[in-house]
Each structure stands twice: as C-alpha cells, then as structure tokens.
Design a protein around this ligand. Structure first.
Ligand SMILES: [Zn+2]
Ligand SMILES: [Zn+2]
Length: 320
C-alpha cells in the first residue's frame, strides 16, 4: 500500500509503498477513506513530542471501511490495558499503558490501516467521509475540553483552527457567547469565526470586550495562558486542550486569585467519542476542510504550521 511515513522527526513525511498491514486477533483491517490532520501530527513531525516507534504512519482521525462494509472512526486512543486504576475508574484517557494511534500504532495517512475493534467508534450517517474525519480528534477532545468549562456563558477560544471551528458551533448551539482569539492581524480567521457564530473575534494580544467565564486554549503558545487568565472573571477556568505547549511565562498570583483555575485535558475516553459523535449531527457541526492526497501529506502539515487554511486539513488516498 501507499503510506506517508515519518522516518525521522524533524524531516518531511515520505510517501512511499510499504507492506500492507496485517491485522492481529481483535484488530480490524481497514480501507482508509479519509484521515484528518491534527496539530499533534505536526508536533510529532516537528519532534516536539516523541514518537515511540519509527518509522511510523501518522494520522489519528481515520474514517475507514471494514471488510464487512461498516464505516468506522479510529481516534487517538488506540489501546488501553483495561486494568490500571485509571481504566477501572472511568478514566481510560489517563491509562498508564495507553497506546495512541499515529504515535505508537501506525495511523491513517495511508491506504490501509489496522485497529483494535474495541477502540473503533461508530460514525453518524449523513456526513461524507472527509467531513466527519475532523470530528475524531479536534471535535471530540475539543468537546471534552468544553465540558470542563461547566456552564460558562462567555467562552473564549484561543487558537481558531480545526478544533475551535467545531467547538464554536457546539458552544453557540448550547447558548454560549463565543469570543474567538486568533493570531494578531489575522482578519481572515476572525471573519471565519464570526461566520460560525462567534459574538466577537480579535487578536490574542487584545483583551475581550467582556470578562470570560472560561477559556479553552487550543494553540500551543504558553504565553496565552496568563493572557487568558487575565481575561477571566472570578471563578473562571482556563482549559489547555493541546498535547504540547511552549513554556508558560510566570504571572502574578493576583491573576489566579479569586478562585480562577488552570487545567489541562489529556486524550479521550471512548465515552467522549460516543457522546460527541451523537451530539454533532444535532448541532449540526459543519466542518470546513481542505483536501490533500497522500503524496501531499507533508504539504498539509506545512500549511497547518503556516496557518494557510481555515478549519481542518484532510488527507485522502489518491484517485478517489
Ligand atoms: Zn489529535
Ligand atoms: Zn489502563
């Protein structure tokens, strides 16, 4: 099969022919229809987070068909031990032996993949493969982050990429007011946020017009944490939704005082997946995608790094 391979972090993905993957007991053989790109793929490519095995096929938002014709989604959480204290307390996202798709297990920037059947998610009908793929990480980990904002009415979203463009729609559907923060001067992304229902959009260097009850940081810039903290009303929460962030600058305790909270969100549970994938069609969440074929998977990562598209990038096997 053809696959886009990460051989050495810090170097471009190479699209090449490799042996077809062979399913082990409990795994499904999958024909990949689409695989959306996540910022985590870029962090792995850029050696900001380590891959546990090399070479590796990146991509953990896989929409695929099984040999018996079912459409399934393969998310980031690829395997857990089911027996550690976290698994036994409903927190499999924190499993001490967890294995992740596209980091520990070959992912979906390929024509075929294999995946543990227990971690494949059912997908809602009615959405095309390429449109549903971004729901599988940006959507559902974004939704996990949104849940941690409680009943916040004024919600800030820092970094308006794939995850935020979906979570903005969910938050507006829930009756919240969304304040979208983009790179300074990025008028195009600010307009995109307003189209999706944001009440306000501006640069991340500007304060919002009203205090926020909560903020979710999707961007990987640590300096956004104290900025978001200073935009919060008392009792508000900053949720850091990414897997990697640059160092957070020091800040005054006054910024945290009055019961403000900072927390991170790590990975997903299968329950998060089922909950979000049943909610998404009710909103309905509409994804804005840019398509790349397998030969151009590296270009998708470069364009994500440079902020050259709105919404999500999706890699599809060629000739479709
Ligand atoms: Zn992801
Ligand atoms: Zn476990």
């Amino acid at each position: 099969m053809r696959a886009a391979i990460l051989e050495r972090p810090g170097h471009p993905l190479a699209t090449t022919t490799v042996p077809d993957p062979r399913p082990r007991p409990g795994q499904l053989r999958l024909e990949v229809a689409a695989c959306a790109v996540c910022r985590t793929d870029l962090h792995l490519r850029d050696a900001e987070i380590p891959a546990s095995t090399l070479p590796i096929v990146l991509g953990h938002q896989i929409v695929a068909r099984t040999d018996d014709g079912r459409r399934v989604g393969v998310p980031w959480l690829g395997w857990t031990d089911g027996s550690c204290p976290y698994c036994r307390s409903g927190r499999e996202n924190l499993c001490v032996n967890a294995r992740f798709t596209g980091r520990d297990i070959d992912g979906g920037f390929a024509e075929q993949a294999v995946a543990d059947e227990r971690f494949c998610l059912p997908l809602p009908d009615g959405l095309p493969d390429e449109q549903v793929a971004p729901l599988l990480c940006g959507g559902l980990i974004g939704y996990r982050a949104l849940r941690f904002t409680g009943d916040a009415r004024n919600l800030g979203l820092y970094g308006f990429g794939s995850a935020a463009h979906m979570i903005c729609q969910v938050a507006v559907h829930q009756g919240r007011r969304v304040f979208a923060f983009t790179r300074p001067e990025d008028a195009r992304t600010q307009a995109f946020a307003r189209e999706l229902g944001a009440a306000w959009a501006g640069g991340s260097d500007a304060p919002p017009p009203e205090p926020l009850d909560a903020a979710i940081i999707f961007a990987s810039a640590g300096e956004l944490v104290p900025r978001a903290l200073r935009a919060l009303a008392p009792g508000g929460t900053v949720v850091c939704a990414g897997i990697h962030m640059s160092d957070i600058p020091s800040f005054s305790y006054d910024d945290l005082w009055r019961e403000r909270t900072i927390r991170s969100v790590a990975n997903l549970t299968r329950e998060d997946g089922r909950e979000f994938l049943s909610l998404a069609p009710q909103v309905p969440v509409r994804t804005s995608i840019t398509r790349y074929d397998l030969d151009h998977a590296e270009d998708a990562l470069a364009d994500l790094r440079a902020g050259r598209f709105e919404g999500a990038a999706v890699v599809v096997p060629a000739a479709r």
